[in-house]
Design a protein. Structure first.
Length: 589
């Protein structure tokens, strides 16, 4: 920020302090002097708050920069940008790249590694309805355009009518309720104040608001992170009907396969757009890179041969010298014409869970277990009976609130059954991953120092560096305060900590949040190589298909083994979503 602006802000602070002193001195002359002084303090606090925000903006501007040229018409439904450059903390993420987003296409943005609703007294339904300004604006515009006779106004009016029909303006309340219902909100929850929801549910409300207004360009950053499988299936079906432009960042390969029409790959500071879904992108990219590597090897062989010839015969006989000069010209043409680049692959991680040894079965016995949180709450489970061994590979599925995470807490011992008994082998070590594990990290400490503190038996820092490096955190990332790391990088610290405990049984509750597709694949390989047992809760269909042998459905106060794989279960959910959509459509008519 310019120095003049800083001086101005400092002067404003001084003047505000003087006003506060004057009000303090004159308090005895005012009957309600406390309120006057309080008003001044509130004013100062407000000014200081604004000043802090300006400082944050100045800091953000210092470390982040974005530039580009809009080449499409300002009123076009398409967005075309040239010379896109993005820098973050000095690193050049994109340099002079090109981006074209066309109306009606659904883009998945991938590469190596939404805003939450604040607490409010408004209900979930009210928070979605309050963004209904687009409908109000369009209706007013339609009234004005209807009074005009020129051709341009008529075309614009038709566009406005199409937009109003698209957002279903006549059924705004029903549509808001429909979206919330699809994202898992019951009627009672829709009438519940936002302040009573957890962060994950408030994220769903933010997603519902975005879907409700149907913007010309919808940007979704990991929208499935706080959704269960049911809601993921509903969202995929809903986005498949999106008629405008959609750009989505997602770690779920299955989700992008079912929804994307194009893939934007961010690599080597450039953006490259592929047609088709994620599987199509993988196949096309493999074929292109295979051809590129063949051309690269051929060119390098030719260059090496010509350089050797020039070096050997450049000063030989006249005939050989002429041939050497000819090859030198050919070499220059090849270089000037542009050579094929060597194919660089995305960084490959290698997650690892060490050998845990063997324990005689059963390692966990759940006997006649019932559970509810208190005497006033309903039972989540009644009379459960099952065992867990070191060869158990299970995915828990079911709607949010069915008790999947609760069951993991019961198994590990964080919760005690209301009735019944859970027996654990005396030597059993359990490694439990959940979304709140980040809270155990010391944000002011480095990943290296924190891990050294957690595992004092490891004396050599280089040995610990290798352990952390296996999880994709290397070099400078290991020795900066963890507050400087991304969520995904902190996840890797947690996995390094978890695996170093040598657990016999992994309890993984949504482990894919904040991980990219390559990292998830590495995690899947590590789980498959792991000698112990594993129980997984995840909204990622592909990860479930990679690492589990059984599907257990948590619903109706019990657990039932599903006879089929996870994709068969997904087909079942799709049919449920379609039937519910048809039912709601009939009610609306």
């Amino acid at each position: 920020m310019p120095s003049d602006a800083k001086k101005k802000r400092a002067q404003q602070k001084k003047e505000s302090a003087k006003r506060g002193k004057k009000q303090q001195n004159g308090a005895d002359e005012v009957e309600n002097g406390t309120q006057v002084n309080g008003s001044a303090e509130n004013g100062d606090a407000e000014l200081n708050g604004i000043t802090e925000k300006l400082d944050e903006m100045e800091l953000a501007a210092k470390y982040r920069s974005c530039a580009g040229v809009l080449t499409s018409h300002s009123e076009s439904r398409d967005v075309h940008l040239d010379q896109v450059t993005i820098r973050f903390h000095g690193a050049e993420l994109l340099m002079d790249s090109k981006l074209e987003l066309n109306n009606g296409r659904r883009y998945g943005l991938i590469g190596l590694n939404g805003c939450e609703m604040p607490p409010s007294d408004k209900t979930a339904l009210e928070c979605v309805m309050e963004v209904d300004q687009e409908r109000i604006r369009l209706e007013k515009e339609a009234e004005i355009l209807a009074t005009k006779d020129d051709h341009e106004s008529h075309d614009r009016l038709m566009d406005v009518y199409e937009r109003l029909e698209d957002i279903d303006a006549d059924h705004a309340l029903q549509r808001a309720a429909f979206i919330l219902s699809g994202l898992g909100f019951t009627r009672k929850m829709q009438q519940t104040q936002v302040k009573h929801f957890s962060g994950g549910w408030r994220m769903r409300i933010s997603l519902a608001r975005a879907l409700f207004i149907k913007p010309a360009l919808l940007l979704l950053d990991e929208p499935t992170n706080h959704l269960d499988l049911n809601a993921c299936v509903w969202l995929e079906e809903e986005l498949n009907k999106y008629k405008r432009c959609l750009v989505i960042v997602s770690h779920s390969q299955d989700f992008m396969n079912g929804m994307c029409t194009n893939i934007i790959h961010m690599q080597n500071q450039k953006l490259k757009i592929y047609g088709g879904n994620y599987d199509s992108y993988i196949q096309t990219r493999w074929e292109l890179e295979e051809n590129q590597m063949k051309k690269y090897r051929w060119e390098q062989d030719q260059i090496s041969h010509m350089k050797n010839y020039i070096a050997r015969f450049g000063h030989g006989s006249a005939k050989l010298a002429r041939q050497a000069q000819s090859k030198e010209k050919t070499l220059k043409k090849m270089v000037d014409g542009g050579l094929a680049e060597k194919v660089t692959t995305d960084k490959n991680l290698s997650f690892y869970f060490p050998s845990c040894g063997t324990l005689p079965p059963p390692v966990i016995m759940v006997q006649h277990v019932s559970f509810r949180y208190n005497d006033d709450s309903p039972y989540l489970y009644k009379n459960l009976d099952f065992g867990v061994d070191l060869d158990t590979r299970v995915a828990l599925v079911g709607p949010n609130g069915a008790g999947k995470s609760t069951l993991l807490k019961l198994i590990v011992g964080d919760l005690v059954p209301t009735d019944g008994l859970i027996r654990r082998h005396s030597h059993l070590k359990i490694g439990r991953y959940h979304q709140h594990l980040h809270e155990i990290l010391d944000m002011e400490s480095t990943a290296l120092d924190w891990m050294m503190l957690k595992f004092p038996a490891i004396k050599e820092r280089e040995e610990m560096r290798k352990i952390i490096g296996r999880y994709g955190l290397s070099g400078q990332q290991q020795v900066v305060p963890m507050r400087s790391l991304s969520d995904g990088q902190r996840c890797r610290v947690i996995f390094a900590w978890l695996s170093s405990q040598n657990p016999h049984l992994l309890l993984l509750d949504e482990p894919t949040n904040h991980l990219d597709i390559e990292t998830i694949d590495s995690l899947a390989e590590a789980i498959n190589d792991f000698e112990g047992g594993m129980i997984l809760v995840s909204h990622d269909f592909r990860l479930i298909s990679q690492v589990t042998e059984e599907i257990w459905i948590c619903a109706n106060e019990t657990i039932e083994k599903y006879q089929g794989d996870i994709y068969k279960y997904k087909e079942k959910l799709v049919q449920i979503v379609k039937k519910e959509n048809e039912r709601l459509l009939k009610l609306k008519k």
